[in-house]
Each structure stands twice: as structure tokens, then as C-alpha cells.
Design a protein around this ligand. Structure first.
Ligand SMILES: Nc1ncnc2c1ncn2[C@@H]1O[C@H](COP(=O)(O)OP(=O)(O)OP(=O)(O)O)[C@@H](O)[C@H]1O
Ligand SMILES: O=c1ccn([C@@H]2O[C@H](COP(=O)(O)O)[C@@H](O)[C@H]2O)c(=O)[nH]1
Length: 238
């Protein structure tokens, strides 16, 4: 029997990656593929929480740079993540799996509010819990929401599925000579000011001794390999 390395994971999905090759929004093929990969780890008996980003629709920093009030722009960013969460939950249900969306902002006609005990119960029942609206607070990101919900849910690892295949010495999109780490400590990642995750998320995971694995959302099978404890992406450890 195949045994996963983790019983409960918190998966952070890049919002921007949901666009695929489109200029904006959510690409159905990309979402379906991600859902089928999540289905493979659910089939291993792994409990899966998901925090989804909003970069494919709106980012607060971008709104602020264009002159908007930063907090207002951040609330818009959080609402963008609710739309992504709903699209993902819909795709999960179409694939015959079970999902619940819980939002950190109250929007009860649309999705459940975030209630920790209820979220844990959903996970125990084998439902995928999709945590929407980030932390519910402006000036944060969905990376920090993944660290926070991962800690609250008692997840054994935070998995960041993103546009690059790991953590590099510098942003590989800007520096072709950047080298990928197989493993890196929290202290080194924070000390080097690596921008692949925000510093708040790194610090919270370090304090909670919650490891992080960063891997490519575009690489088929990568999620399962990480869940099986295989060498994939970059592991951030205490
Ligand atoms: N040292 C680094 N190693 C790897 N990636 C880096 C590094 N520094 C910056 N990056 C950039 O960080 C990006 C991932 O973080 P980003 O916040 O942009 O995306 P995300 O959190 O996956 O998506 P979203 O915010 O849309 O949910 C990568 O695409 C990469 O270009
Ligand atoms: O806790 C949070 C999480 C997110 N935001 C805002 O949402 C957007 C989209 O999230 P990404 O992590 O960038 O994908 C983000 O830019 C913030 O504006 C937030 O305010 N609080």
C-alpha cells in the first residue's frame, strides 16, 4: 500500500497560475488538472485544506500603486480570492469530490464563514476545505493565510504550489543564474530576504515549526510527489 508522508496538508494555490495562458481570470483546463491532482492525494487518505490566492483577478498592492486606499484595495483582493475559491469548489464537485468553502470575511449568502472547529470536522470527513478571503485582514497575503490556517488546522506541512519549481538564490524570472535550493532553513530564507513567500508567512511557520514546500503548480504529478515525501521543489525547515 502507498503511504503518504503527511496526514493533513495546507495547500496554497497561486491565484495568478489559475489563468494558464489566458490574460485574466480562471482557465478551466488548469483548474481541472489541479483538481485531479488534489483528487490523487485525497485517494491516499490525506486531508487537504486549500488557501487560494487572488493575483489572477486583483492585488491590493497594484490598486494602491494606482492611487487607491490600500485597505480598500486589499479587501477587493480578498474578495477576488472568494471568487477563485468558488470556482475551485465547483470544479471539485464536478469531479465527484466533496468541498466546502469557508470565508474569513462574512458573506454568508454565498459561502460558510470560517469556523475553526467546523473546518476541522470537514477535513476529518474527507472534504476539501477551501479557505477564502485570506486572513480577513488587509496588509496581509494569502501566503500568510496558508501559514495561519495551516497552524490552526494542525497541518503537518504548508505546500506552496506556484509558478516556479522551488526557492532560488534570487527570483529565477529575473536572474537566469539563480540556483535552486533543495532544502533551506527558515532562518536562511528570512535572512536572505527571499521574496517567494512573504516574511510574515515564513516567520509564522518558523514559530510553529510548520515546514513549507515550494513547488511548481505546472509540473504534473509534483503535488503527489511532495505528499509522498519525495524530493520535489524546495523544503523549508526549522
Ligand atoms: N528567491 C526566489 N525563488 C523563487 N521565486 C521567487 C524568488 N523571489 C521572487 N520569486 C518570485 O515569487 C513568485 C511567487 O510568488 P507570488 O506571490 O508572485 O505568487 P503566488 O503567491 O504563487 O501567486 P498569487 O499571489 O497569485 O496567489 C515566483 O513566480 C517568482 O517569480
Ligand atoms: O489576508 C489577506 C490575503 C489577501 N489580501 C489581499 O488579497 C490579494 C490577493 O492575495 P494574494 O496573496 O496576493 O494572491 C492581496 O494582494 C491582498 O490585496 C489581504 O489583504 N489579506
Amino acid at each position: 500500500m502507498t503511504v503518504a508522508a503527511y496526514k493533513r496538508i495546507m495547500l496554497k494555490l497561486s491565484g495568478e497560475a489559475l489563468m494558464g495562458d489566458d490574460a485574466y481570470g480562471i482557465n478551466d483546463d488548469v483548474v481541472s488538472r489541479i483538481v485531479s491532482e488534489i483528487g490523487e492525494v485525497i485517494a491516499l487518505g490525506v486531508q487537504v485544506g486549500v488557501v487560494i490566492g487572488g493575483g489572477n483577478i486583483f492585488r491590493g498592492m497594484k490598486g494602491a500603486a494606482a492611487g487607491m486606499d490600500r485597505a480598500t484595495a486589499d479587501y477587493m483582493g480578498m474578495l477576488a480570492t472568494v471568487m477563485n475559491a468558488m470556482a475551485l469548489a465547483d470544479a471539485v464537485k464536478r469531479a465527484g469530490l466533496s468541498a466546502r468553502v469557508q470565508s474569513a470575511l462574512r458573506i454568508e449568502q454565498v459561502v460558510e464563514p470560517y469556523i475553526r472547529g467546523r473546518a476541522i470536522r470537514h477535513l476529518e470527513e474527507g472534504r476539501i476545505v477551501i479557505f477564502a478571503a485570506g486572513t480577513g485582514n488587509p496588509f496581509f497575503t494569502t501566503d500568510t493565510a496558508a501559514a495561519l490556517r495551516g497552524s490552526e488546522m494542525g497541518a503537518q506541512i504548508v505546500l506552496k504550489a506556484t509558478k516556479v519549481d522551488g526557492i532560488y538564490t534570487a527570483d529565477p524570472k529575473k536572474d537566469p543564474d539563480a540556483k535552486r535550493f533543495h532544502r533551506i532553513s527558515f532562518d536562511e530564507a528570512i535572512g536572505r530576504n527571499l521574496e517567494v513567500l512573504d516574511a510574515t508567512a515564513f516567520a509564522l511557520c518558523r514559530d510553529q515549526k510548520l515546514p513549507i514546500n515550494v513547488f511548481s503548480i505546472f509540473k504534473p504529478g509534483a503535488l503527489k510527489r511532495v505528499v509522498m515525501g519525495e524530493d520535489e521543489g524546495t523544503l523549508v525547515h526549522s
